[in-house]
Design a protein around this ligand. Structure first.
Ligand code: HEC
Length: 133
């Protein structure tokens, strides 16, 4: 086999393997740049620990004293006057103690919500997940 033949055979194998594991080998059209792909809010809700403390749209919390977020769209816009649902949820996640939810039922040594290390994009994805219901 020639050198080019070997290279072609190797790339054929790589493409076949990529197809097997489901990689996207087709280049993304320029109208949909990969860098702006939305983060998965549902996955973040579990990965960042939110789901441990809060019941969410698709999960049940381990504790009942923390606010239930399964229907955040129904209350988020009403919590603080002058704040939209998006603004309120964003603030609640970025600066948890800026406002204490009336749905928090401290029970013994239960701590307040911790300030989590999240990027703006992650917070945005979480907020749209919570409001998507
Ligand atoms: C250790 C438990 C804990 C974790 C982890 C946690 N929270 Fe909280 N969260 C709380 C508590 C306690 C409150 C109520 C006190 C307050 O309002 O700050 C709260 C309040 C909130 C509120 C306001 C709810 C309302 O009724 O107004 C939102 C929204 C929220 N959390 C979202 C999140 C998201 C999203 C995550 C994950 C990135 C998260 N929380 C992680 C404990 C937690």
């Amino acid at each position: 086999m020639t050198k080019t033949g070997v290279a072609a055979a190797i790339s054929a194998v790589i493409i076949a393997a990529a197809a097997l594991v489901g990689w996207d080998t087709v280049s993304t059209p320029s109208s949909a740049p990969a860098s702006t792909t939305a983060l998965d809010g549902a996955a973040l809700f579990r990965a960042k620990g939110c789901a441990t403390c809060h019941t969410g749209p698709d999960s049940q919390a381990l504790f009942l004293e923390f606010p239930n977020l399964s229907d955040a769209a129904s209350f988020a816009g009403e919590r603080r006057s002058g704040m939209s649902a998006e603004e309120y949820l964003t603030e609640s996640i970025r600066v948890p103690n800026a406002f204490i939810s009336p749905e928090f039922r401290p029970n013994g040594p239960t701590a307040n919500m911790p300030t989590l290390n999240l990027s703006d994009a992650e917070i945005e994805a979480l907020v749209s997940y919570l409001l998507s219901d």
